[in-house]
Every structure is written in C-alpha cells, then in structure tokens.
Design a protein around this ligand. Structure first.
Ligand SMILES: [Zn+2]
Length: 430
C-alpha cells in the first residue's frame, strides 16, 4: 500500500522554515516519505488535502500520559501542594492496568489533537509501551526512578536492577531512564543512574528547575547547587531532556547548550502552577534545543500542544516586550523538529522530508478559523486548535481519518477511564 496526500500546503518544519504550496506527499509501502513534490504522483490510497495545511506530526516532549486519570484532582495550588495531593493518590490506585487505561485515554486525546510522538515519564512503563503499539502512537519511555518505592513497590536498588533488565531488552523507543528530579534523588543515586545510562545508551528524561521551591530544595540537598549543576556534576546532563527549565541562570544555560541537552518548555503547566516563565529566547540564543510539552494532564490539564504553541509564543513576546520574538515558524519547529531532536528521533520524524517516516497531520480546509490563511506557520501557531485536526498519519498508517481514531474503541476507553476515576474518587476525596 502506497499513500499520497495531495494538493496540500506543506509546512516542512525544517530549519529553513519552508512551505510548499500545492504539494503532493508520496509515502511508500514502508511508511517512508518518497517525494514532496508539485508534480503529480500515483499511489494506491489518496487523501485529498485540497486547500489544507499539512504539517509534521506533533511531538509532545514531556508528558505523564496516564495522569489523564487524575485530571482536575489538584488545582488552584502550587507544585509542592499539588504533589502532596497527587502522589498518595497515585500510590493508592496505580497498577499496570490503570496505567494502560490512562495511557489509552491519553493516546485517544493526543492522536485526535495531532500528536504522533510523546516522551513519557510514568510508572509501569511496559503498559505504556504496549499502548503505543496498540494505538499506533509513537510513545518513548522507560523506568521512572525516584528514591521512594513508587507504585511498582521497588526500592531504589531493586528499581535500578529492574531498569538495567528493562534497558537490556528494550527496543529503541524504550531506551530511556526517567530519574524524576534532583530533589527526589541523592547525588550517589544520580551518579549510579548516569553510569547505567551510559553503559546502556539510554536517554535521560528528568524534571529540572521547574519552581522556586525546587531550587531551594535542591540547594539544600545538594550543597547550594542548581538542578542543572547537579545533573552536570553527576554525569546526567549530556543529551538529556530537561522538563521545564524555568529557573535557569546564565551558567545553567551555557551548560545545557555545551552538553547538547534539550529543554522541554511546558508553558500551560508553568502558567497554571504559577511556576514562572522559562527563558526560551535566551536558551535558543545560546544554541540550546528547546522543545515543547504539555506536562501531565493533572498539571496541564490537557494534552493540547496547540495551546502550548500559542502560550509559548505569546509569553516570550511579552517577556521580551518584542512581538517579533519567537516567531510562528520557531514555535511550529519547537512542537515538531525540535521535539524530534530532543527525543533523538529527528532521523525518523519531525519534518516532512524525503527519507523520513510519514508522520503527518492534515488540518481541515473547511475550518472557519483557518480562513483565510496568508501564512501557514501563523495559522498553526496562532489560529489552529485541536478541533481543526482532520486526519493523522503515523509511520504511513492513517490513524485518524476525518476526526475518528481508527485504532481505538473510544467508548471502551472512556468507560474504562471513568471506572478508574471513581476508584480514585473513593480513595482520595474525603
Ligand atoms: Zn512533569
């Protein structure tokens, strides 16, 4: 089966910011993009995208997908109070089945919203990986590591052993370790995680510099250092994905750029929890890769990367006092190519280019909010929303067709989530 998406305004999302009008994207039977051309193409299946914007699948570079189950459980409070309420609830109700149910709900929400890839940090990673296979969503994850036993009931040493076994057998997208943060792990523990990651070639996904409270906790626990300094000193920084990166000093920014780490900016979560404003423009100027994420839907409270794009741009324009800062094309790249770079999969996805896998989002050309479109980047970054997503293709497979997710039984997933929600309600709300 070959596939062609025809007559589209193709937003390539490469560094040059190319947009190709009236283009046809040809996908071969392995799901690889074979041509992006204004010449006519032949394929066994054709999706007519006449008048539509076609963009790369969106990359959510920091999520806790299964936290869909806890959406709206702890609101109108800061991160510390939020975690105090959330963590006991998680430990009380989480199981491999619950994580699968929450992740399925998240996959449904994500795919309908044009998200084709996500870097996830949560418990029972096997359930998460399985849901990725089941639904066709590209989910990258691995064991979450913290000093507590966690819902898996594994103390640190046993957790590290389990992580080693996980990495030995993991496929590419499972080659990740998620040390939760520098405030929930000791220096020695962080060093042992770094050693395991370098032995096994695992990526590092870690929270860093999210709130003022965290900065104080880390300074107290780690001899006055910042989270980024601690990550650097323990060997975890090179190539790592740092979620949030809100409270960074100039030296932190220089270290991040020097060590090829990425920052995942999560503006909706940061704004809701009053965590602060990330220095996105300064990071980019220093040469650091800045991606975009939603964070977990208990802190976000959704998996809306369109909201993340819009907030990212608007906040930086206001912080800098310059509406010319963080352009629409830059914002679109943060949600696509920069995300793929952070996740180490930019050889596969992140832009619409020959040789990459076909992860494509087709926006509805009949959407009133996209009429007229003078600049496709601006339409994506400032006008479009999840309701404008018509079709979604992952690896050349049509996963969402005319707003219906083909790989998920929606009613079953919603009923399953509702069942867990009532358990959570019974366990937590007194
Ligand atoms: Zn997070």
């Amino acid at each position: 089966m070959t596939l062609a998406v025809t007559n589209a305004t193709v937003v390539v999302a490469n560094d040059a910011g190319d947009v190709i009008e009236r283009a046809n994207v040809l996908v071969n039977d392995l799901g690889v993009i074979e041509a992006v051309t204004t010449k006519s193409v032949n394929a066994s299946e054709v999706i007519d995208a006449e008048g539509a914007i076609v963009m790369p699948g969106i990359v959510n570079s920091h999520a806790h997908l299964a936290m869909t189950l806890f959406r709206g459980l702890a609101d109108d409070m800061n991160l510390e109070a939020f975690l105090d309420r959330l963590m006991p609830a998680e430990f009380a109700v989480l199981s491999p089945q619950a994580v699968a149910a929450g992740t399925r709900l998240a996959a449904l929400e994500s795919l309908r919203g044009g998200i084709t890839s996500a870097l996830d940090m949560y418990y029972f990673p096997e359930s998460i990986v399985n849901v990725g296979h089941e639904t066709g969503m590209r989910i990258l994850t691995g064991p979450t590591i913290l000093e507590f036993d966690g819902p898996e009931q594994l103390a640190f040493d046993a957790r590290l052993e389990w992580s080693r076994r996980w990495l030995d057998s993991a496929e590419r997208f499972g080659k990740w370790l998620g040390p939760h943060s520098t405030y929930l792990l000791s220096e020695e523990q962080l060093r042992r995680i770094a050693a395991l990651a370098s032995e096994s070639g695992a990526g590092i996904h870690v929270h860093a510099a999210e709130t003022r409270g965290e900065m104080n906790q880390v300074a107290t626990r780690h001899q006055g250092r910042t989270p980024v300094q601690v990550l650097h000193d323990t060997g975890l920084l090179p190539g790592a994905v740092l979620a949030h990166g809100v409270h960074l000093n100039d030296a932190d920014i220089a270290l991040i750029a020097e060590h090829g780490a990425s920052v995942t900016h999560c503006p909706a979560s940061n704004l809701k929890l009053a965590s602060g404003f990330a220095r996105v423009i300064d990071l980019m100027r220093a040469g650091a890769n800045v991606a975009l994420g939603t964070d977990g839907p208990a802190s976000g409270n959704d998996l809306d990367m369109w909201l993340a794009m819009r907030l990212a741009g608007y906040v930086q324009k206001n912080l800098s006092g310059d509406p010319g800062q963080l352009t629409a094309a830059q914002v679109v790249r943060m949600a696509t190519l920069n995300g793929a770079r952070a996740l180490g999969i930019d050889d596969l996805v992140g832009s619409i280019e020959v040789g990459k896998m076909a992860d494509l989002v087709v926006l509805d050309p009949r959407s009133p909010s996209l009429m007229p479109t003078f600049d496709a980047h601006v339409a994506i970054a400032a006008s479009a929303g999840r309701g404008d997503v018509r079709d979604v293709i992952v690896d050349g497979h049509v996963v969402v067709r005319d707003r219906r997710v083909q790989t998920i039984d929606e009613a079953t997933v919603l009923a399953e989530a509702a069942e867990y929600a009532s358990q959570i309600k019974a366990a937590v709300i007194v």
